[in-house]
Design a protein around this ligand. Structure first.
Ligand SMILES: C[S@@+](CC[C@H](N)C(=O)[O-])C[C@H]1O[C@@H](n2cnc3c(N)ncnc32)[C@H](O)[C@@H]1O
Length: 252
């Protein structure tokens, strides 16, 4: 199935999605957490599916994404080009709906969350709480991230209320997370020097090179001089840090 519906392509991911799968490899620990929330579901719709990370192996999954570039990298058979705000499915069509690191891309999160409730009996949404502290040290180099992420990410209460959720599970970020989302490299700062890592991250990709490049050079210099390691010696001792990622679960 490949249905093009209203909403048009996701311009961001049509631009930055090439090579996504190489950097954004699903992490087994996050996969297990999401898998437990989806246990028993036989049919699952993955909204903002991207390349298919975190989909359960034991369910029939329908992948939904507005980006052609992302859907082309998705290995599944059932793929639908659509946006969260207008899901082309009947009420209660699926046992469960999942949405992972995508709600911040939806122009109207309330409408998208209502659609997840309409088309499925259970929902599992993985997102980031913009009110959470601490923030990643990356903001020392790129203070622009803070305002941008606060504007993009829905407050956690909005996601909880929008779904009528009964459970919110924290996911502290392990130091060796395999999925290169923004905080993944909290203990591996040298990864931010890699343009491929930055390309697979929508925050970096949406900031102009004139802002990002000097920041990356400041980080490079601090890594070379040891200044970063002196400033963040406490982090080097830690196995995981709670940076505000949450799995929000609702329904039956
Ligand atoms: C960070 S990626 C996450 C992909 C995947 N869920 C994962 O965990 O790797 C965000 C995805 O949301 C999609 N997206 C953007 N706008 C959307 C919308 N309005 N409705 C649904 N998905 C959208 C993007 O095309 C992209 O594939």
């Amino acid at each position: 199935m490949d249905t093009t519906t209203a909403g048009g392509p996701s311009a961001t991911y049509d631009r930055i999605g090439v090579g996504y799968h190489g950097v954004r490899r699903p992490d087994p620990r996050l996969h297990a957490l999401i898998g437990r929330a989806l246990a028993g579901a036989r049919t699952v719709v993955n909204v903002g599916a991207g390349t298919g990370s975190y989909e359960p192996e034991d369910a029939e999954v329908t992948a939904v994404d507005p980006s052609r570039v992302m859907l082309d990298q998705h290995p599944g058979r059932l793929k639908v080009r659509a946006t969260a705000g207008e899901l082309p499915f009947s009420d209660g069509a699926f046992d469960a709906a999942m949405a992972v690191m995508t709600v911040h891309h939806w122009p109207d999160p309330r409408a998208g969350l209502a659609e997840l409730r309409r088309v499925a009996r259970r929902q599992a949404v993985f997102t980031w709480d913009p009110a959470h502290r601490p923030r990643l040290w990356l903001e020392e180099y790129l203070p622009e991230i803070s305002a941008m992420d606060e504007a993009r990410f829905a407050p956690l209460e909005q996601v909880v209320d929008g779904l009528g959720a009964h459970t919110v599970l924290p996911f502290p970020i392990p130091h060796d997370l395999t999925d290169g989302f923004q905080t993944a490299f909290w203990r591996r700062p040298e990864h931010f020097l890699d343009p491929a890592v930055r390309q697979a991250n929508s925050t970096f990709a949406q900031l102009p090179p004139s802002v990002v490049e000097p920041a990356v050079e400041r980080l490079r210099a601090d890594l070379a001089s040891g200044a970063w390691h002196r400033r963040h010696a406490d982090l080097l001792e830690r196995e995981s840090v709670d940076y505000g990622y949450r799995l929000v679960v609702a329904g039956e």
